[in-house]
Design a protein around this ligand. Structure first.
Ligand SMILES: C[S@@+](CC[C@H](N)C(=O)[O-])C[C@H]1O[C@@H](n2cnc3c(N)ncnc32)[C@H](O)[C@@H]1O
Length: 252
């Protein structure tokens, strides 16, 4: 029956057959995921489907920009597995990586830039911004995952993201682990209070601020008087996307 409908559609349409046959968005999404995940598995990073499976989320965001000359930064080199993956996945990108130590690195890249500093050191992050510049399309925090590290890095590095760019924080489950500065009891109503997850949840209020103040959701129509009163996050955050253990913040 479906074939008959397709044939009928083709017969009365001037669209070529591949427009209908190749238009399944689900298979395209899966293809993009498989592509990124294969590279992640080959490189050995825990972003792959063998562990966290962040590639399932990331492929949706990165596929449209994977061939562009983007500027990219990741905190956390470890052995260099994700460096290998990003180099293969983003052939035209300028790639930067931060770690507190180079002692564990097995992959010495000739293409990527390695920077050694403490992601919880505000002064070092500020200096990094001055030295390496901003305008990042993507920043990923896959560093030490403590509350101080995640929050300090976001504070200093989110301003370095370009308009329309992404800031990503991985392994947010540490917000529920006391050893990382998180809150231990996941079932408690206050679980996560004072943590990176709690901070990110509160950013949602900033995303909604303009709509609440004007009754108009279109933040491009903010009256000039209100524009002046917006705080940094109210004026700079376009959207916040939560997934299991990872959050993606898009800048306006
Ligand atoms: C999870 S590993 C990174 C894994 C890598 N991104 C990958 O997918 O293959 C975390 C890294 O963060 C680094 N790290 C820990 N504390 C840090 C800090 N305060 N500042 C910068 N890097 C830190 C560790 O040295 C370690 O190499």
């Amino acid at each position: 029956m479906r074939n008959i409908i397709y044939s009928a559609l083709l017969a009365c349409s001037c669209l070529p057959a591949f427009c209908l046959i190749g238009a399944d968005p689900k298979s395209k999404t899966r293809e993009e995921y498989m592509h990124m995940d294969t590279l992640a598995l080959e490189a050995g990073t825990d972003k792959s489907s063998a562990f966290h499976n962040y590639t399932k989320v990331y492929s949706q965001y990165f596929a449209p920009i994977k061939s562009d000359p983007i500027k990219f930064l990741e905190i956390g080199i470890y052995k260099g597995d994700s460096v290998k993956m990003w180099e293969a996945y983003l052939p035209n990108a300028e790639l930067h990586f931060i770690d507190i130590t180079g002692a564990l690195i097995e992959y010495q890249s000739t293409r990527s830039y390695y920077h050694f500093l403490d992601q919880s050191d505000a002064k070092a992050l500020e200096l990094f911004g001055h030295r390496v510049g901003g305008n990042y399309d993507v920043i990923i925090d896959d560093g030490g995952h403590t509350m101080t590290q995640q929050l300090t890095s976001f504070h200093w590095l989110f301003p370095l993201v370009k308009s329309g760019g992404l800031y990503i924080i991985e392994d947010l489950h540490t917000s529920y682990w006391k050893t990382y500065g998180g809150k231990g009891n996941l079932n408690h109503p206050q679980a996560g209070a004072g943590t990176a997850v709690e901070f990110l949840k509160n950013l949602v209020e900033h995303v909604n601020y303009v709509g609440a103040a004007t009754a108009c959701a279109d933040s491009d129509k903010v009256p000039p008087a209100l524009m002046q009163r917006l705080n940094y996050y109210q004026s700079q955050i376009e959207s916040i996307h939560f997934y299991s253990s990872v959050c993606i913040i898009r800048k306006k």
